[in-house]
Write a protein that binds this ligand. Sequence first.
Ligand code: PMP
Length: 372
Amino acid sequence: MRARDMIAAGTPVIELTIGEHDIRTDPRILDEMHRRAKAGHTGYASVPGTKALRDAVAARVTARTGVPTTRDNVVVTPGGQAGLFAAHTAVLDPGDTGLFIDPYYTTYPGTVRGVGAKPRAIKARPRHGFQPQAADIAAQADGARSLLINSPNNPTGVVYTPETMQSIARTCADHDLWLVSDEVYDTQIWNGTHLSAWQLEETRNRTLVVNSMSKSFAMTGSRIGWILGPEHVIAHLIDLSTHTTYGVPGYIQDAALFALQAGEQLEADIAAPFRRRRAMAVELLAHTNAAKSAPCDGAMYLMLDIRATGLSGEGFANRLLDQERIAVMPGESFGEAAAGHVRVAMTVADEMFAEALGRIIHFAEALTPRGP
Ligand code: PMP
């Protein structure tokens, strides 16, 4: 916020707080949107999503997960956030408790509260590489009905290991929890394997996966995504759409269909800048102890541990802004577990990113007492 005021007042600030690509939606996708709107797909569109789009999503999920999936497992939503809200509406009643993992994407507690339920945070700790631990979930599971997870993770950039995913599934089965899995960054994997919650057979009948075109196709403003789940839950969610959003504009659905069918190169091109910058960051951070990154295996963020400087994440972010004119997010703004960290979004051009990260490292080093 303070950074935005400074920018508005004309002070040049390098903004590393924004979770959005530095490119716009591909013109080919926009051309299709325009073409389909001109062709008349501007009336009420199919509320669950067009058959063609739901089929394309199902085919994509089948190809990527190996799990046979049909359009009856898919409902189209106006973006991932609407999907998160709808998913929690489906699995929680007012007064229930919904679990989520801290550090968390900022909307999570409000999303649970929004359906009249009580959010309860479970810490994923830096010493575990921010991987949630089954024992911590189990310890908080009493009286809860759902667990919300996110991998690849915003804000940490961590990808849950297959072992973590399996232990989460086991815990959800043991404690009778619905699993809501936010996988909006699933095309941004830099290292290791991403196991979708949909692949966890034991819990598939109690799982809802939320996904979106926002991050994978740089379509943040188009507001389109989907929920994947058991047929009977999807049927309820379609009912919910009828009574809330009444669907997503037809020409946006057509543009999403076009994007999904455009081939993997388009997606790879959209992910490529983050892959490059993440490689640059690994290189730059290899030579310092003052700022250490959490394993940055996915998504468009680095979570830097700056505890060696003796500052809080907030103290560090404020001083960095004042002295270096670089804006990052304090870890504390994503929950208690990320205290003493700052989140760096890799969402500016390569040269500027490398310069800014270099300056952040020098700044952290200057604050860090030297060892003996
Ligand atoms: N989940 C996570 C983890 C996110 O970072 C975001 C967007 N920043 C969303 C969901 C929502 O994305 P959208 O509604 O644009 O699909």
